[in-house]
Design a protein around this ligand. Structure first.
Ligand code: ADP
Ligand code: MG
Length: 802
């Protein structure tokens, strides 16, 4: 077997199937067709070709051509030759048909040869195929057998492998277990080692402790033994002491007994002696005989005395010992007592302390009780506090809410007040406009309060109707007969009205003066009714300033405010009085301040002032002092000067009754730099002289003359007003200086307001009635519609009254 297989190649799975077995049949066919690529296949193809041509190698293609038609012509084609043959193109010329034909026949022959070769090759291929198929089949069979065998073996091997794997896994598990056990054991060992070390350490420590304890025990034993020894010795000593004591006691008792005995014996001896002495006589005889016995007895007695002595000494010693013992016992007893005392004290202290501790415990418990109560109270208080906090929060929220509401309400109130004041202003403006349209002279009535000068018991004769129609506008005068005289004016100021209240009502008029109107405000009324108070007031008391200073203040303020809009105002003031139909300049600097002057027609200064009219018909007084005023301070000074200059006389009505009409004139010239607009306003504030009738003033002489003049000018004023009201053709302006001067203001295009001042006291009812009647008539007058004085720049700056 081995020799047979010696030259055979080792069998590989591929080699088993043979060289061509591995190539599929169809592929092999393609190789046969000359398309095989690999070196093995081409060599095999070559082999096939050579097998086909095995009989005649080296035959050329040219020989093939010559062997046409012969079956066994040995022709062999390589793949390249076949391809060249197929791709060969005729090399003849284009029109060489003969050559072409020849070439074609030749080419055909070659092709036929090639085809035949192919057929042959195909057959041989088929044979070869058959053979190869057979060998392939056998090889396949073998292969399948081998495969089966191999599969079997593979199965076996797989089984073995699985078994081995199982074994391996079990071994691994075991190994893992063992390694785990080993690690556990190592850990245990380590722990044990540590524990052992620790225990050894502990043992060492314990042994040290033990040694120490043993030493201590030994020391303690020693101590105990010594203590026991001591105790024993002490006990022994004690017993010996007791014994000695008892012995001493017994000795003492025996000594006492013997002493007693000896005394008894002595007594007996003494008795014997006496008996013997009794018997001496009798026994004298026996004396001699008995002397020996007596001597003996004496000796005995002496020996006994000695013995007694000794015994006494011994007794003394014993007594001393006893005393010492007793003192020791006493010391011990005192010690014992002290100890007992101390113990007692400690007991006492302990008792005290116990008592104290008990007391403290009691206090503690009571305090605990108190603390508990307090805690309860605290909790309750906390609860209350919480409640209070909550309620506080609620209250706060309510408070905030109310605050908000209050603020809202305040805002609304402020708005309402604003609206109210706006409405009030509007009302005033509308009222003003209505009056302007009506053309009336407006009349305000002012009642002064009762003064201390009015005398006691005076009662007011004035009342104010409260009906809504006449509220603030009506006034009623009560006569002594109970008769009522009602009047209605544009406004009635009661005695309670302040200077400011009055000014508020006329501030619109003052504004009109700034706007370019002629404004004329009179104060009419009997002497002492408050005309000067209303017009001038008391300049040194700010609350009692009158209309003139207040108006000027407003004018200054407004003119300053309007300067922002380009307005520039020039204010010129003059002040004159008409006394006995004579004009006097109140602002004349050189004027004498004498207030007690007696004046003639021309006045004190002697200078005659006349009233003239300019081209426009406006009245003016030449040479009158005109002061350009720029500040309130200047005005105040001017007013003071004027007040001092004013003629005052003494009448029954009023000590400082003004006997002249005073006319304060402020001419306002405004120019707007931006618009070139110009306004000319005039503000006349007139404090008329007292309107009382001649009969009441009680004046005579000069005063009478004054009064007549005053009455005349006032009646002229009323004449003018009534003539204007009746729209008469002739208005008697020139009948008096006052009316002449005020002609432009009264003439119809000015805004005129008359204050009728009333004294409230009973004695003035008549005069008050006259004043009110006059005022009512004036109020009914229509004197025309006021006109505003505006222009575009005028050069005329002369001060006139219109
Ligand atoms: P007339 O100028 O009318 O003669 P007065 O103005 O001098 O009167 O006033 C007379 C007195 O009455 C003065 O003492 C004045 O102060 C006082 N008087 C007048 N009106 C009022 C008033 N409304 N409030 C307080 N006092 C007044
Ligand atoms: Mg006056």
């Amino acid at each position: 077997m081995s020799s047979r297989n010696q030259n055979r190649q080792p069998r590989s799975p591929n080699a088993k199937k043979g060289a061509l077995v591995e190539i599929p049949l169809d592929k092999r066919r393609r190789i046969g067709a000359g398309r095989a690529t690999g070196p093995t296949s081409s060599s095999r193809a070559r082999q096939a070709f050579s097998e086909v041509n095995n009989r005649q190698d080296g035959t050329s293609t040219g020989e093939m051509a010559s062997a046409e038609g012969t079956e066994n012509i040995p022709v062999d084609f390589t793949k390249e030759e076949v391809e060249t043959l197929l791709n060969e193109k005729p090399k003849t010329k284009k029109f060489d048909l003969k050559g072409k034909l020849e070439y074609m026949t030749d080419h055909n022959k070659k092709l036929k040869l090639c085809v035949k070769w192919f057929q042959r090759a195909d057959e041989s291929h088929l044979l070869e195929q058959e053979r190869l198929r057979n060998s392939l089949e056998s090889a396949e069979k073998k292969c399948t057998d081998t495969e089966l065998e191999m599969e079997k073996k593979l199965g076996e091997l797989n089984e073995i492998l699985a078994q081995l794997r199982n074994d391996n896994s079990s071994l691994q598990e075991k190994l893992a277990k063992e390694s785990a056990e080993k690690t556990d054991a190592i850990n245990c060992h380590m722990k044990e080692k540590e524990a052992r070390i620790a225990s050894e350490k502990a043992q060492d420590l314990l042994s040290e402790d033990l040694k120490k304890a043993e030493q201590e025990k030994l020391a303690a034993d020693h101590q105990i033994a010594s203590q026991k020894d001591m105790y024993k010795r002490l006990q022994e000593y004690n017993t010996s002491l007791q014994q000695y004591n008892s012995k001493l006691q017994t000795d003492l008792s025996t000594a006492n007994e013997s002493l007693k005995k000896v005394e008894k014996e002595k007594l007996a001896i003494v008795e014997n002696l006496s008996t013997l002495r009794g018997h001496y006589n009798t026994l004298q005889e026996q004396l001699t005989t008995s002397r020996a016995s007596v001597d003996e007895a004496v000796r005995l007695k002496e020996s006994l005395v000695n013995e007694v002595k000794c015994l006494r000494e011994e007794l003394h010693r014993v007594r001393e010992d006893r005393d010492r013992q007793v003192s020791e016992v006493q010391a011990l007893t005192t010690d014992l007592l002290k100890f007992r005392e101390k113990t007692g004290k400690s007991f006492m202290e302990l008792d005290n302390l116990t008592i104290k501790s008990n007391a403290l415990q009691e206090t503690c418990s009571s305090q605990l009780e108190q603390i508990r109560i307090l805690q309860h109270q605290l909790a309750a208080a906390n609860e209350k506090l919480k409640m209070a906090d909550l309620s506080t929060l609620e209250t706060k929220a309510q408070f905030d809410e109310q605050k908000r509401t209050t603020i809202e309400l305040q805002e609304r109130l402020a708005n309402a007040e604003l609206q109210l004041s706006e409405g009030e202003q509007l009302r005033k403006r509308l009222h003003n406009t209505i009056l302007e349209l009506k053309g009336n002279i407006r009349v305000f009535c002012r009642v002064r309060p009762l003064l201390s000068d009015d005398g006691p018991g005076t009662e007011t004769v004035i009342s104010y109707p409260t009906s809504t129609e006449t509220l603030g506008r009506g006034i009623e005068l009560l006569q002594s007969g109970g008769q009522k005289y009602p009047f209605t004016f544009d406004k009635v100021f009661s005695h309670e009205a302040s200077q400011q209240d009055v000014f508020v009502e006329i501030s619109q008029l003052v504004q009109s003066a700034l706007d370019g109107y002629k404004v004329c405000i009179f104060a009419y009324g009997q002497t002492g009714s408050g005309k000067t108070y209303t017009m001038l007031g008391k300049p040194d008391a700010p609350k009692q300033k009158g209309l003139i200073p207040r108006s000027l203040e407003q004018i200054f303020q407004t003119s300053q405010a309007l300067s922002a809009q380009g307005w520039k105002y020039k204010l010129q003031a003059s002040m004159l009085e008409i006394y006995n139909e004579t004009i006097r300049d109140l602002l004349l600097p050189s004027r004498s301040n004498s207030s007690d002057m007696t004046r003639g027609e021309g006045g004190v200064s002697g200078k005659q002032y006349t009233i003239k009219h300019d081209a426009n018909g406006n009245a003016y007084v030449p040479d009158l002092t005109i002061v350009d005023v720029c500040s309130i301070q200047e005005i105040t000074l001017l007013l003071e000067q004027a007040a001092q200059s004013r003629s005052v006389g003494k009448t029954l009505m009023n000590e400082q009754s003004s006997r002249s009409h005073s006319v304060f004139t402020l001419r306002i010239s405004g120019v707007n730099e931006n618009t070139e607009q110009q306004v000319q306003g005039v503000l006349n504030l007139i404090d008329l002289a007292g309107s009382e009738r001649l009969s009441r003033s009680g004046a005579t002489g000069d005063r009478l003359k004054e009064t007549q003049a005053i009455n005349k000018s006032l009646s002229c004023l009323s004449d003018v007003i009534f003539a204007l009201a009746k729209r008469e053709d002739h208005v008697p302006f020139r009948n008096s200086k006052l009316t002449t001067l005020l002609q432009p203001c009264l003439g119809g295009d000015s805004k005129t307001l008359m204050f009728v001042n009333i004294s409230p006291e009973h004695s003035s009812v008549g005069e008050s009635l006259c004043s009110l009647r006059f005022a009512a008539r004036v109020n009914a007058c229509e004197i025309g519609v006021p006109r505003r004085q505006t222009a575009i720049r005028s050069a005329d700056s002369r001060l006139s009254y219109g």
